[in-house]
Design a protein around this ligand. Structure first.
Ligand code: DIR
Ligand code: MN
Ligand code: MN
Ligand code: MN
Length: 311
């Protein structure tokens, strides 16, 4: 089958350098070669990493508390087009980030392409695997980092009319809160908890995984989405416990094992509904020990989502 590849060297959605080097590290670890040679995909799109940190406009003062708002807006607007162009060819799309702010673009691209593919009869669903909910509005955010806000913009819970600050995001690029499901949450801000509650958003925390086991949680998450809905899987590597993914900007203890992460990806693949995947927040420069533990985990997650089988 056909796979559109988007390689995003970008770190402007948060404050730590190095997350922009992840696509190069993942490709260097052989991920794309494995996807074509072992998993049999025909690759389209990027063969080189785009340095999106260079897109920074001259004036990028904070807006409503958001840091680098125009940079993130410009990058995600470009990504929305890139992902859309791949998806409209009927290809699955793999995006390697970069920080999680890039999902504003990738999911916008998927949402539009899927609406067009099914003439408005289907909407893309999103499975957001993360320690964090990333659903702060600019007003609820304590950090001002846009990587904590992508879901708010994508669902329309946050909007902007400011020129060059997400004013490009159209209704046909957005998703509905009823088609969103979280897995792995364990560090959710107070304002985010209220948003999740007020909008009845389906979320499986680490507590739910402890109670029901990963098998049942994935089953419930997929049941919520339904069997006829295309799925965009947005996987933040910090969903994994720092034991398996130490090199990430905001590690939180008590996370998924690598096997649990792989299991989620395998199950999403098995549905046959996967249309796009993001892998984000791998930061090779934060590696403490074991030079490529987090990169290896990332390679494994993507392979599983693309149909690598054990037997
Ligand atoms: C926090 C951290 N909720 C924020 N978010 C992170 O900045 O809004 N997301 N690290 O991955
Ligand atoms: Mn390109
Ligand atoms: Mn996170
Ligand atoms: Mn995230």
């Amino acid at each position: 089958s056909e796979l559109g590849v988007v390689l995003v060297g970008f770190s402007g959605g948060q404050c730590k350098d190095g997350v922009d080097a992840a696509p190069t590290a993942l490709v260097g670890a052989g991920l794309l070669d494995q996807i074509s040679d072992e998993l049999g995909y025909t690759l389209h799109g990027d063969s080189e990493v785009h340095n999106y940190n260079e897109m920074r406009p001259a004036n990028d003062e904070p807006h409503r508390g958001m840091k680098n708002p125009r940079s993130v807006s410009a990058v995600t607007q470009k990504l929305a087009t890139q992902v859309y162009e791949q998806a409209k060819e009927g290809r699955m799309v793999l995006t390697l980030g970069g920080d999680h702010s890039i999902a504003i673009g990738t999911i916008a691209g998927s949402a539009k392409a899927i609406r067009e593919r099914y003439q408005g009869r289907k909407e893309v669903a999103v499975i957001w695997v993360d320690a964090h909910a990333d659903i702060n509005t600019p007003e609820t955010s304590d950090s001002g980092n846009v990587h904590g806000m992508p879901v708010a913009f994508l669902t329309g819970l946050a909007t902007s009319n400011e020129k060059d600050v997400f004013d490009w995001l159209q209704d046909d690029q957005k998703i509905s809160t009823s088609k969103l499901v979280y897995i792995g949450l364990r560090d959710v801000d107070r304002g985010e908890k209220k948003i999740l509650r007020d909008h009845g958003i389906r979320a499986f925390s680490m507590h739910d995984i402890d109670r029901h086991g990963i098998g049942r949680v994935v089953e419930m998450a997929l049941a919520h989405i339904g069997s006829d809905t295309p799925i965009h899987l947005s996987f933040d590597v910090d969903a994994l416990d720092p034991m398996w993914a130490p090199s990430t900007g905001t590690p939180v203890r008590g996370g998924l094992t690598l096997r649990e992460g792989d299991y989620i990806a395998e199950c999403v693949h098995e549905t046959g509904q996967l249309v796009a995947m993001d892998l984000v927040e791998v930061n090779p420069s934060l590696e403490v020990t074991g030079a490529s533990e987090t990169v290896r985990a990332g390679v494994s997650l993507v392979r599983c989502a693309l149909g690598d089988t054990l037997l």
